[in-house]
Design a binder for this molecule. Structure first.
Ligand SMILES: Nc1nc2c(ncn2[C@@H]2O[C@H](COP(=O)(O)OP(=O)(O)OP(=O)(O)O)[C@@H](O)[C@H]2O)c(=O)[nH]1
Ligand SMILES: [Mg+2]
Length: 313
């Protein structure tokens, strides 16, 4: 789950590149690292065996544009694809906010792709999560190889739910930034709106999402700006990149508060009134609130459900 530090005004989100052994996860991260401006990226950390197989994970932090005044950091991880490292794969998924499934396009790797996707769902289930409720992008990598399966066939097998997908040749960077941009936008939308970033799916609310919505989702009745913050790259986007997959322009900050809308600023409780019993097991307490940057005072009823009222003494 995204970590939001309100006092520092920072959001951190975790995106994991998952997929079978040797499908090109590390190569994706290396290619991203080579394309991102130095001031936007942190150190690329790779923990690999001598044969360059990922042993634990690769890690790349990227800082992106502010979202509603919050500095936003994305942490990209890969997992070790080799089958016997499952406990490490599962550990890397802790707190994941978005996923890129890198599929190997070679025909004889299809079984491994299917197994890895099933393994991903199984490991997410361990944390009470699912592909159905997390942003996911599928990448068909190794498109340059002669035995690459047609994409339509791969879609049929791996992507019946219609997740966004991209073709890639990771060592040349082809399709790498498009994949990154898409998952970044989906994750930011997920954080902002409390959705999976997939409009066709209905997601269940969780306490974490609610907290994010209350503070970061500014104006529910106004048109929302497209989530910003796709990293800017040193290499230009290909001209044939579909418009929706290009990085969005930097978001210029939250607009001023409108009536009854507490977004964007710090909320201070300036007064309370006596609690009222509103049902056999609930009370409400009127709270008077002030919002940073707004001279008006607001009143809100805080309703609390209680098991029972036990007289003291
Ligand atoms: N031809 C071709 N080779 C690729 C492509 N992507 C990756 N490779 C090569 O495939 C090999 C494995 O790539 P990695 O990025 O290390 O794979 P990985 O998914 O991180 O593998 P594990 O860490 O073992 O899970 C390397 O030799 C890469 O150069 C591609 O699109 N085309
Ligand atoms: Mg690797």
């Amino acid at each position: 789950m995204a970590v939001i530090n309100y006092s520092k005004k920072e959001i951190s989100a975790k995106i994991v590149y998952y997929g079978p052994s040797l499908c090109g996860k590390t190569t994706n991260i290396q290619s991203i690292y080579a394309s991102i401006k130095p001031e936007q990226k942190g150190k690329l950390v790779s923990l690999a065996t001598e044969a360059d197989r990922t042993l634990f994970f690769d890690f790349l932090p990227i800082e992106i544009a502010n979202i509603r005044g919050f500095k936003t950091r994305l942490h990209f991880y890969t997992v070790p694809g080799q089958v016997y490292y499952n406990s490490t794969r599962r550990a890397v998924l802790t707190g994941v906010d978005g996923l890129v499934f890198v599929a190997d396009s070679q025909r004889d790797k299809m079984e491994e792709n299917i197994e890895s996707l099933a393994n991903l769902e199984e490991n997410l289930n361990y944390y009470g999560k699912s592909l159905k409720t997390l942003p996911l992008v599928i990448q068909y990598n190794k498109r340059d190889l002669p035995d690459a399966m047609p994409v339509a066939e791969m879609e049929q097998i791996l992507n019946q739910d219609g997740y966004p997908s991209f073709e890639a040749v990771a060592p040349t960077g082809e399709g790498v930034l498009q994949t990154l941009t898409k998952i970044t936008k989906m994750v930011l939308k997920h954080i902002e709106m409390g959705t999976s970033g997939k409009p066709q799916r209905k997601t269940e609310a969780s306490p974490g999402k609610l907290a994010i919505e209350q503070t970061a989702h500014a104006h529910p009745n106004e048109p929302q700006p497209a989530p910003s913050g796709a990293p800017s790259y040193e290499t230009p986007q290909k001209p044939d990149t579909p418009a929706q997959d290009r990085p969005a322009p930097p978001y210029q900050g939250a607009s001023s508060s409108s009536d009854g809308d507490f977004s964007g600023g710090r909320i201070q409780i300036v007064g309370t009134e006596n609690a009222k019993i509103i049902s056999v097991n609930a009370i409400s307490i009127p709270l008077h609130l002030k919002v940073e940057g707004d001279s008006r005072t607001y009143t809100m009823e805080l309703a609390i459900k209680i098991d029972s009222l036990v007289p003291e003494g």
